[in-house]
Design a protein around this ligand. Structure first.
Ligand code: CAA
Length: 259
């Protein structure tokens, strides 16, 4: 598939995906979703790299779902529209590899929901976050009502979603929505550095850890502990033994990705 909005790049074992429709502040339209689904399928099938970074070109990460597409929908169309976005972001969240959002500017509405479906959020100091849907007489429709409360707690999510106010990057960092802040010109470098660090760790361990955290949060606690125990044990047939031996022998583990 030839992409018109997505610009994929690869740097060794790290992928960088840039949303590039800057004249519309990377508003998420149906072409974007078709391209993203195609790209996620490619990652699942070919496993071309071990960590993905997502960013936006211009002054936005993404300024939300494309309002000019939404305005023509009736309730049935809107239900399908919401479902497509929800399912695509679930597919992104469920990727076996870690995904880092490098948020360069506006991350509003669907754009904030996109970064919340990523595993780690790094933002530049000039990023702006918010779920402004109530200003349009709407509610978030790409899982914002569910992911924001899981990330920052119910009280904070209620405050931001009910008010439709925007927050700056420092506030997003203070409340734990983003994990780190960078100077705008260093954001991509910082995100790629973190991605490269992750890509040199025990890769089976990294994928297992992501899965345990992601699945466990919605599970019964004891069941989640049982799941952790089983996966902890599994790594003792594998790269865990090599990692521990390497530590004791004061050398680097000889994992394929670490040579
Ligand atoms: N959908 C469609 N087009 C959008 C857009 C969006 N979400 N956001 C920005 N654009 C377009 C503008 O219409 C404008 O296009 P034209 O030049 O053709 O007029 C272009 O991008 C530049 O935008 P502005 O001129 O508005 O730029 P600004 O710097 O003055 O303002 C902004 C920036 C504050 C982000 C403002 O664009 C804005 O408020 N955008 C809408 C944000 C929003 O409400 N997002 C939520 C959408 S609803 C949603 O996402 C629902 C869901 O959960 C599924």
């Amino acid at each position: 598939m030839n992409y018109t909005i997505l610009k994929p790049q690869q740097f060794g074992r790290v992928g960088l995906l840039t949303l590039s429709r800057p004249a519309s502040l990377n508003a998420l339209n149906s072409v974007f979703f078709s391209e993203l689904i195609d790209y996620l399928d490619y990652i699942l099938t070919d496993e071309p790299f071990d960590v993905l970074v997502i960013t936006g070109e211009g002054k936005a990460f993404a300024a939300g779902a494309d309002i000019s597409e939404m305005v023509g929908l009736d309730p049935n169309g809107a239900r399908r529209f919401s479902e497509r976005g929800q399912q695509t972001f679930l597919m992104l969240e469920d990727l076996p590899i870690p995904v880092i959002a490098a948020i360069n500017g506006y991350a509003l509405g669907g754009g904030c929901e996109l970064c919340m479906a990523c595993d780690i959020r790094l933002a530049s100091f000039n990023a702006i976050f918010g779920q402004p849907e109530v200003n349009l007489g709407l509610v978030p429709g790409y899982a914002g009502t569910q992911r924001l409360s899981r990330l920052i707690g119910l009280g904070g999510a209620l405050k931001w979603i009910l008010s439709g106010l925007n927050m700056d990057a420092r506030e997003a960092y203070r409340i734990g929505l983003v994990q780190d802040l960078s100077e705008p010109e260093k954001l991509i470098e910082d995100a790629l550095t973190l991605a490269r660090r992750i890509a040199t760790r025990g890769l089976k361990a990294v994928r297992t850890a992501k899965m345990l955290l992601r699945k466990g949060i919605d599970m019964n606690f004891q069941k989640a502990l049982d799941m952790e125990k089983e996966h902890f044990a599994e790594l003792f047939n594998d790269e865990g033994i090599e990692g521990m031996k390497a530590f004791l022998e004061k050398r680097k583990p000889s994992w394929e990705n670490n040579k």
